[in-house]
Design a protein around this ligand. Structure first.
Ligand code: 6PG
Length: 244
């Protein structure tokens, strides 16, 4: 594992702007990229910021959007990760419809996991013997989960399939998630984590302290790629001494 690139910003708006700058610069150097978006609430500020400030500053036709995970709900459900991205970003940018590869949360989960896997294999070039996303954006839950790989489903970190059906341990909500091997085959993986509620897990995961082995986020270790952490000061309070 290479050391992660850790960047700490004053607050969530600065995390969003800094990641947007990173993305815009990163895209300038590339012609066609595959990006797997994360869900949850953290990326919403980033989506809004990209829509407002980067609508015309990025050639979105270069981008193929995928999702790292999706809740098994219809796209117009408030819980839908795709629905959130569409509402806050996708409807404002000039991206071809064929470049948006959503997970169909309304479909039968096991069948959709298979279909989505086939779509990834069709559009995401391999590196080694697995598809290699150019960029996987991840969040981290306060329990150390990432994508929809939860601490009680650690086997998904080593699954043979690219995607799997998961279940939220508290709500029981079914999810479809990328599994560990394809995430770790990405060329760049970026965690965006903000808020004091994540600070303890951020410290344990980055410093491999305490019960870090029990947290899925701690097992994200791109074999051929770079790992980035974009943190706000609240989430980073335990790793200030680890900054690039
Ligand atoms: C999801 C996400 C999940 C999320 C974390 C953090 O579908 O919920 O993919 O992994 O990134 O739970 O969520 P917040 O950003 O809401 O804290």
């Amino acid at each position: 594992m290479q050391d992660p690139h850790i960047s700490i910003y004053k607050d969530n708006p600065q995390v969003a702007e800094s990641f947007a700058v990173f993305l815009a610069f990163w895209l300038k150097q590339r012609n066609r990229v595959t990006i797997a978006l994360s869900g949850g609430s953290t990326p919403t500020l980033l989506f809004r910021h990209l829509a407002e400030q980067y609508r015309d500053r990025i050639d979105w036709s270069k981008v193929h959007f995928f999702w790292g995970d999706e809740r098994c709900v219809p796209p117009d459900d408030a819980e839908s990760n795709y629905g959130t991205a569409r509402e806050l970003l996708l409807q404002y940018i000039a991206i071809p419809a064929g470049n948006i590869h959503r997970i169909r949360g309304e479909a039968e989960p096991a069948e959709e996991a298979r279909r989505y896997e086939a779509e990834i294999r069709e559009f995401v070039p391999n590196a080694g013997n697995l598809p290699a996303f150019d960029l996987v954006l991840l969040g981290m839950g306060s329990d150390g989960h990432t994508a929809s790989i939860f601490p009680d489903q650690m086997e998904l970190l080593e699954a043979d399939s690219l995607c799997s059906v998961a279940r939220h341990p508290e709500t029981g909500q079914q999810r479809i998630t990328l599994t560990g091997p394809v995430i770790n085959n990405a060329r760049q993986v970026a965690f965006l984590v903000t808020g004091a509620g994540k600070a303890e897990k951020v410290e344990e995961v980055i410093k491999k302290k305490g019960a870090w082995k029990d947290y899925p986020a701690a097992h994200i270790d791109p074999e051929r790629g770079d790992l980035y952490w974009f943190l706000d000061a609240e989430a980073a309070r335990g790793v200030m001494d680890s900054v690039d």
